[in-house]
Ligand binder design. Structure first.
Ligand SMILES: Cc1ncc(COP(=O)(O)O)c(C=O)c1O
Length: 377
């Protein structure tokens, strides 16, 4: 058999081992997906586009309509994007990969705040770049700026920011985004800003884009998508924008790889960004779940978690139970019939478990009851 790409063997599958559908009756806190239906008007728009014959190839970067709508949407965060420099990708994930393929060379180092969403690590390894995991502050999961500076070497090429964050639920302070941008400017680094949870913020400060900070615009690739805020995970729609020169490279990636996202989804995607009611309803449901979930966990001895500030995850320290996180997750599934993600699947996540509140309130209450009874026994 011929030899294979030697990077493939180093690339993990993230949470995959713990995401498999559990047996009937298990409370599932693992999946990072809202349990809402995509808004009806968006579904109807896609159906109409199919009926109207939108079946062929189209503009590779995405239709002018959807690129214009994304550029307009981004002005809400103060991001000034030229629609010509917006590309619609098959999910935020693919946009992240394009950003890395365009900006990085093998052996370049990239700073991640650990524990980080594991796909970043996988993508970096896939292209031969080196993830450098800088632990966040354990008390609130915010970036440790001194440790970040200390991790920079002549090989450092980029920083990945994801705020609101998966898996920690942290929303970085405006001053932290400013400091991180300053570090990037001083060391001439790219910033890959994954803003996929940008509207799911429950703390007082909102999402802040590094592209709005002095020196940030020319080095930031802003990457987001429809999956979380609009409950459209399966549609595989994401966006990316950044400096024109980089976007030319990103367009080359997409032209060579995917051509474009499905033609008949583009109008529906544009429509979603203009909706007000449904994203607001989803947000309010998440905010309520976060309050209930956190207060129920506070009542369980051995589980300690800072209150999430955004996204829809709680990252809890379970070390007081005397179990490590793999044992905790394995036994929680078998004995309490609750499925959680063990933190040590991510560097820096040892002793932690991630729980998603993409599920409904009844499940959250039932899951917490089971965890409490299990740990008490
Ligand atoms: C931080 C982060 N970025 C990106 C994604 C994936 O987004 P998409 O479904 O648009 O590819 C996820 C999904 O879990 C995520 O948590």
């Amino acid at each position: 058999m011929p030899s294979m790409n030697s990077n493939i063997g180093n690339v993990g599958r993230g949470f995959a081992a713990f995401l498999s559908p559990p047996p009937e009756g298990v409370v599932r806190f693992t999946v990072g997906q809202p349990n809402f239906r995509t808004p009806d008007s968006v579904v109807e728009a896609a159906k109409t586009a199919l009926d109207d014959g939108e079946h062929g190839y189209t503009r590779s970067q995405g239709s002018e309509e959807i690129c214009d709508t994304v550029a307009e949407h981004l002005t809400k965060y103060g991001i000034d994007a030229d629609p010509n420099d917006v590309l619609i990708s098959p999910g935020c994930k693919q946009a992240l990969l394009y950003a890395m393929m365009t900006c990085l060379n093998p052996d370049d180092e990239v700073i991640l705040f650990a524990p980080a969403w594991p796909s970043y690590d996988g993508m970096l390894k896939l292209i031969g770049a080196i993830p450098v995991h800088v632990p966040v502050k354990r008390e609130n999961y915010h970036p440790d700026l001194e440790a970040t500076k200390a991790a920079i070497t002549p090989k450092t090429k980029a920083i990945i920011i994801n705020s609101p964050n998966n898996p920690t639920g942290a929303v970085y302070l405006p001053s932290e985004i400013e400091e991180l941008t300053k570090i990037a400017v001083e060391n001439d680094l790219w910033i890959f800003d994954d803003m996929i949870y940008s509207d799911l913020v429950y703390s007082e400060h909102s999402y802040v884009s590094p592209a709005t900070i002095a020196g940030g615009k020319e080095r930031t690739l802003t990457i987001g998508g429809w999956s979380k805020i609009w409950a459209m995970t399966g549609w595989r729609l994401g966006w990316i924008t950044g400096p024109s020169k980089v976007m030319e490279g990103v367009k080359t990636c997409q032209a060579s790889a995917a051509s474009h996202v499905p033609t008949f989804l583009m109008g529906a995607g544009a429509l979603a960004l203009e909706l007000e009611n449904e994203p607001k309803e989803f947000y309010e449901a998440f905010a309520e779940r976060r309050d209930v979930f956190h207060s129920l966990l506070e009542d369980i001895d051995g589980i300690n978690a800072p209150k999430p500030e955004g996204a829809f995850y709680i990252l809890a320290d379970i070390s007081e139970t005397g179990m490590d996180d793999i044992e905790f997750a394995t036994r929680a599934l078998e004995e309490a019939r609750v499925q959680v993600v063990p933190g040590s699947l991510m560097p820096g996540g040892e002793g932690l478990i991630r729980m998603s509140y993409g599920t409904d309130l009844e499940q959250i209450k039932e899951g917490c009851k089971r965890l409490k009874e299990w740990l008490q026994s």
